[in-house]
Design a binder for this molecule. Structure first.
Ligand code: BTN
Length: 267
């Protein structure tokens, strides 16, 4: 299928992007099913794309979230984009470090605006107080034991004022600050922060990355209610293992969970 059949391309633009490569090749679409799908189609249908290519959409009609959830976003109000990285230097067993650096990049772009209530909720949600501001969906395309391409989808609620009842505990920058923000300027800022963290990863600074991620973690060392195996319990998040598993104190024991095994029960 020709990926251009179902999209209208508005503009190619890169002048406010200050980094070396992330966002330098920017494609803005009026409407698409999902920017992650679009980028994956481009990768399989055309000649190689430059690392750092960003596909941004004003509207997604089939936006995807983690665990087969849908991602809803009001047209033209928010950031919905996908970014291409090629972390072939990263062992598959260490791929959670990519989740860390992307979360840190989004976090650091927002922190000057939003302050101390901003957190990273494991594994890679962006939270403000107890509400979800953004999410990240990373789809790695492997070649042998290497990550050939990583399609990093980011959805961030920026100027949306209201959310439908089914949207769970969503919030937006507008709901927090009652101000509208320039989406392209925010995208440029996020891209430059992701690039900086990604270059730290490439330079092997994994301890720094893991500690920085942990410092920003939602509910770290706090008592919280969780659900696993159909049982509700109170636990304390203690750590995140190098491979991304969540380490928790539960009933005086240390227990680890992967994403599908545990649910946070919000306050
Ligand atoms: C989540 O929290 O469940 C992850 C949400 C990821 C949403 C973004 S929006 C841009 C990109 N395209 C998609 O279809 N999904 C991601």
């Amino acid at each position: 299928m020709n990926v251009f059949e179902f999209s209208i391309i508005i503009t190619l633009q890169n002048n406010i992007f200050s980094g070396l490569f992330v966002g330098q090749n920017l494609l803005t679409l009026k409407e698409v099913d999902s920017t992650n799908n679009f980028l994956k189609n481009l990768l399989s249908n055309s000649k190689p794309l430059p690392e750092g290519t960003v596909i941004m959409a004003e509207e997604q009609f089939a936006g995807r979230g983690q665990q087969n959830n849908q991602w809803y976003s009001e047209s033209g109000k928010n950031l919905t984009f996908s970014l291409l990285l090629n972390p072939s230097f990263l062992a598959i067993t260490e791929q959670f470090d990519l989740n860390r650096v992307v979360s840190l990049g989004v976090f650091d772009a927002l922190q000057p605006l939003l302050g101390d209530q901003l957190k990273i909720k494991w594994p890679n949600d962006i939270y403000y107080a107890d509400k979800k501001l953004g999410g990240i969906l990373i789809e790695n395309l492997l070649q042998g034991a290497q990550i050939k391409n990583s399609v990093i989808g980011i959805g961030l609620n920026v100027n949306q004022e209201n959310f439908p009842d089914g949207a769970g505990n969503a919030t937006s920058v507008w709901q927090i600050l009652q101000k509208n923000y320039d989406l392209l300027a925010l995208l440029a800022d996020i891209c430059s922060h992701i690039e900086a963290w990604y270059l730290n990863l490439k330079a092997g600074k994994v301890d720094f990355i893991r500690n920085s991620y942990l410092k920003r973690l939602y509910w770290l060392n706090e008592r919280g209610d969780f659900k696993a195996d159909g049982i509700i319990f109170t636990g304390i998040i203690k750590n995140v293992k190098s491979n991304g598993l969540l380490v928790m104190h539960r009933d005086n024991e240390e227990v680890t969970y992967n994403l599908k095994e545990i649910e946070f029960l919000n306050k």
